[in-house]
Design a protein around this ligand. Sequence first.
Ligand code: SF4
Length: 345
Amino acid sequence: MNPVLVLGGGPAGLSAAGELAALGAPVVLVERESYLGGNPKRWHYSLLAPDLKPAEEVLGPLLRRVEGEPRIERLLSTTLTQAELKEKGYRVTLRTAETSVVRDVSAVVVATGFDHFDSHRKFEYGYGRYPDVLDFKEVEAMLHEDRILRPSDGKPPKRIAWILCVGSRDIQVGNPWCCRLGCVVSIKQAVEVRQRHPEIDAYVYYMDIRTYGLWEDLYWKSMQEYGVKFIRGRIGQITLAEGGSRLVATGEDTILSRPTEVPFDMIILASGMEPSAGTKEVAAHFGLTVGPEGFLTPRLSDLNPVDSGLPGLFLAGAATGPKAIPDAITEGMGAALRAFQYARD
Ligand code: SF4
């Protein structure tokens, strides 16, 4: 059997590669970055919502399974530059910094993940101009290191606000979809801050809280056990005040229907999820169906969400839309099984 190509070394791709190897298939795992682990590794995710489990406890076993497996050939800092459908499987060209190689593969799993919305695009929030306006992926690294300090002066903050739906549910930036995870991750971050530093006040500005399914429990706990405060409102602008030492969030309290202007020491933007650059490239090379949002579209999203509609090509994880890590891992397993069946028959 020619190897199965797995594109993407995040949770979905690691899950698919490990599962294929366990089924006895040779695997070529391709990752454009110089490391495996995807966004959780890149941004040093701290605890995972909603169970507050350290990210390493989920990512570690996935990585060890792949790194210790002789059936899996790992190609890092490598991208797909060409793909051609053969009678069975595909002929692909893979490029590293030094060279290009052509490989015949029996099936393909696309697990190219997502990119966080670039918060610079919401210029009214001052991300990149004001050092104490942070993106919530950066706060993950702070929490991971247990160093909750203002970047501007290295002092501990007294009041932090989270602003939800940054670059999501926002027609102005062209992203009308919901990111699915911004609420629960922001609430999780607020809980982490309050657990470790109860002296810091935590506020969350929201349009709606979308902690779907059983995750609602963390929302209630955040208020009842950790004293996180929720304000339904839209923040239109962040400015500097008090000689530049504090941020001011200006907008509207949509319950009281009145303007609001509140000072904070740090403001954290819950940036949404967008199709990754790798997802766009791979879609173009294979001729995959892409939805209006730019995510890959399964042939039957309800009946078989891992089937791309192209022969021997299967989809997993956030390449098809915003997704939590457990869902990405599950889809990686499903796509691996379908790829194995296709490659073997
Ligand atoms: S999950 Fe929450 S933060 Fe993300 S877009 Fe939906 S409502 Fe907004």
